[in-house]
Design a protein around this ligand. Sequence first.
Ligand SMILES: Cc1ncc(COP(=O)(O)O)c(C=O)c1O
Length: 379
Amino acid sequence: MQQSTVELSRVNLAHNIKTFQKLIRETNPSGLFCAVVKSNAYGHGILEIATMSIESGAQVMGVNTPEEATAIRAIHKNIPILIMGDVPNLLQRSQELSDSNYWILVSRYDEWKFLAGLNPRPKIHIKVDTGMGRLGSFGKELEAILEKGKSNSFPLEGIATHFASTEDFTEHSYSQMQLKKFHEAIDLAKSIGYNNLIKHCAASASSLLFEDARMDMIRVGISLYGLWPSMETKLSMSLMNRPSAILKPVLEWKTKIQHIRNLPAGSYVGYGSTYKTTYPSIVGIVPVGYYEGLDRKLSNNGYMLVRGERARILGRICMNMTMLDLTHIPEAKIGEEVTIIGESDKEYLGADTISSWTGTINYETVTKILPLLPRRIVE
Ligand SMILES: Cc1ncc(COP(=O)(O)O)c(C=O)c1O
């Protein structure tokens, strides 16, 4: 018996891609859709999601590391891959990064110089820090890098920035300030002689909310997977009188009942004896724990679904097991399906709900799912 399986809906993924392609094409008919598949496609499965996204029309894959790019390149020979993270030891990776369909974000002159000298040479995009305080540069620092690059005739294909807090507020002056600074950086690049750059800054929330942020390409992560970046994003859509988008979750996470116990009232369940039955209880054991990606904060604090009913998590989440109260579902049997995320007989348990129980964001809840678990594409 497989311990647990991540099921991926091909049609829901295609639906989400189509939704965002419509958005970008509304503002730029030749605008590109970049599917952000970094971090094992936010826990969904990088190769499965990359392949299905390409089949559904995604033109660029967004990753964090060269290792992720290499994994995609092994099966998709020509798809442009945008490497967005800061690459450790970049200057020693000539072989790995010599790919004319890699698009690499650079923050520093030494990186640019190195990449410009590769053969084949990747496309180079300069990163602008407009308020994230992370990668990139701005103002005099950016100007110095661009001037130096120009004086050495280094090529440049794109310019990018990233919003810091679009997801966190319904008041968007900070994002608007970032957008203004990005335009300043684009103008600066132009004045130095870098024209016709591919300009990109919008992730999921900013693609949904700001038409003028979509530019030449949108880089969509969380909503590619059918999840909202936040409640504030949803609320902002309505406050800004935008028609709400329909996003369809791509992932379901299922396991099976491995064992069932009948415990008398007064029995303890799990490590630390943090749960004591107060009635004769049927306890189901499922083979999923914090190693597999369940948040330990779900201990005595969450549910899974069995036969469309919520089965409460009893005691502490173990490394590889979790105990569920099945007393009100006495017909449940060993081997029967348990839904950790997804639908069960018309009841739905989403990553958002689980995240509200554990005090985190849906991004983290899905990204934590163990990459080793099997991924199954559901047609
Ligand atoms: C540079 C960059 N662009 C785009 C994204 C996608 O963001 P989201 O998942 O909010 O769409 C990320 C995600 O972290 C990112 O780091």
